[in-house]
Design a protein around this ligand. Structure first.
Ligand SMILES: *[C@@H]1O[C@H](CO)[C@@H](O)[C@H](O)[C@H]1NC(C)=O
Ligand SMILES: *[C@@H]1O[C@H](CO)[C@@H](O)[C@H](O)[C@H]1NC(C)=O
Ligand SMILES: *[C@@H]1O[C@H](CO)[C@@H](O)[C@H](O)[C@H]1NC(C)=O
Ligand SMILES: *[C@@H]1O[C@H](CO)[C@@H](O)[C@H](O)[C@H]1NC(C)=O
Ligand SMILES: *[C@@H]1O[C@H](CO)[C@@H](O)[C@H](O)[C@H]1NC(C)=O
Length: 348
């Protein structure tokens, strides 16, 4: 429920922001950008003076089919850039690799997105050193030849724009041969506020071992509970059905339950079907149901608070009304009793 609300907020702000592409100069000022390392023009094409000597660059980098630089030229242009303050869009190019930004470590875009889409020749993303993103969304989509994501250094996802508590990771419509390695998924799962509901891919088929299980796990009364004790990640879903378990201690090492399922169906991408499918199960003796339950409790508590606030308002209004009524009654009484006295005194 919360996820849906924040998704709606994000989408609303996407619409708002995209329709009003504000000048970034205020943002750059706020971030204390060095004027020598700042590119103020609102989009990026090849023929501008890029401050290639800077490690921290303030710019909105927009690379599309109109960019006439080769990959070699782009690599040399960005060779020193480790930190980007501004937005990054690589959209609809014929570039074959994103390695020209391999040195990039942090991207801080405020309320914009990082988009890497429609690059039909691109085989690898190449952002191998990227470790911090501060944005609303990181979208990697419709790169129909991309088989290599390799965002293995990603550690932090922030959403400083206060409309959303999540950073949405959207990965869809990559090469038909793309698959999600377990290591990569664990990198994503470890980042608390990265929302993975829009990751559309299948896992690379890999044998299960004692800590990682690939596939759905169904636990019933016939299951071997001991074999589950060392499991840390289930790359699939977990169903506990028809047991007379009293506790879930046999899942004490379970950290993540992360089912993925590819779909190129636009409708499913747009619908909320997959929301809440991925649990970061910090189990510690609690089951996923417990986590879902907690989530439900949180919503319940939130509702209770609202109701409590509401009842305070009702009580407050009643008190005010009562005080007012009392005053009116007193005033009326006084008016009624004083007036005859007054009139009688006049008469006297
Ligand atoms: C980028 O700027 C150029 C001129 O400065 C303009 O012609 C072009 O339409 C802009 N592109 C985008 C995507 O904003
Ligand atoms: C990418 O390009 C397509 C058309 O080529 C355009 O419709 C889309 O809005 C662009 N996306 C971004 C994020 O600029
Ligand atoms: C990526 O980071 C590593 C380790 O800090 C560094 O050795 C390497 O040069 C960086 N890559 C690029 C392309 O800058
Ligand atoms: C990719 O291109 C299509 C068609 O040109 C466009 O509708 C879509 O918005 C683009 N995707 C992104 C993320 O810009
Ligand atoms: C639970 O087990 C019952 C009977 O064994 C079965 O009918 C039902 O489909 C199972 N539910 C799930 C979610 O697997």
């Amino acid at each position: 429920m919360n996820a849906i609300v924040s998704w709606l907020l994000v989408m609303t702000s996407v619409i708002l922001v995209d329709s009003v592409r504000v000048d970034s100069s205020l943002f750059f000022k706020k971030k204390g950008c060095d004027p020598r390392c700042t590119v103020t023009q609102s989009n990026f094409t090849g023929n501008l003076n890029f401050p290639s000597e800077c490690q921290t660059v303030c710019a909105d980098i927009y690379i599309d089919e109109t960019c006439d630089l080769s990959e070699v030229q782009l690599t040399s242009l960005f060779k020193n850039m480790k930190h980007l303050i501004g937005s990054l869009v690589v959209n609809g190019t014929k570039l074959t690799s994103g390695k020209f930004l391999a040195g990039l470590e942090t991207i801080v875009t405020d309320h914009y997105d990082i988009v890497w889409a429609n690059n039909t020749e691109m085989v690898e993303l190449g952002l191998s050193n990227l470790s911090v993103i501060d944005c609303r969304r990181l979208e990697i989509s419709q790169n129909s030849k991309m088989t290599d994501l390799s965002l293995l250094n990603l550690q932090t996802a922030l959403s400083s724009s206060n409309t959303a508590s999540y950073v949405w990771l959207e990965v869809y419509k990559l090469s038909a041969n793309f698959c999600m390695p377990f290591d990569q998924m664990e990198v994503f799962l470890a980042i608390q506020n990265l929302n993975l509901a829009y990751v559309k891919a299948n896992y690379c088929p890999t044998k299960s071992d004692s800590t990682r299980i690939y596939g759905d796990v169904i636990i019933d009364s016939n299951s071997n509970f001991d074999s589950m004790k060392s499991v840390e990640t289930i790359f699939g879903s977990l169903i506990i059905n028809g047991t007379d378990l009293e506790n879930l201690d046999f899942l004490k090492n379970l950290k993540y339950i992360a089912p993925l399922g590819s779909t190129d169906d636009e409708n499913e991408i747009k619908s909320f079907n997959s929301l809440h499918k991925i649990y970061r199960a910090s189990i510690n003796g609690h089951s996923c149901e417990a986590i879902e339950y907690k989530e439900k409790m949180r919503i319940k508590e939130w509702k209770a608070v609202v109701v409590k606030d509401f009842s305070f308002i009702v009580i407050g209004i009643s008190v005010v009304v009562m005080v007012l009524l009392t005053c009116i009654v007193f005033w009326l009484k006084k008016y009624r009793t004083v007036r005859p006295v007054k009139s009688s005194s006049i008469n006297l």
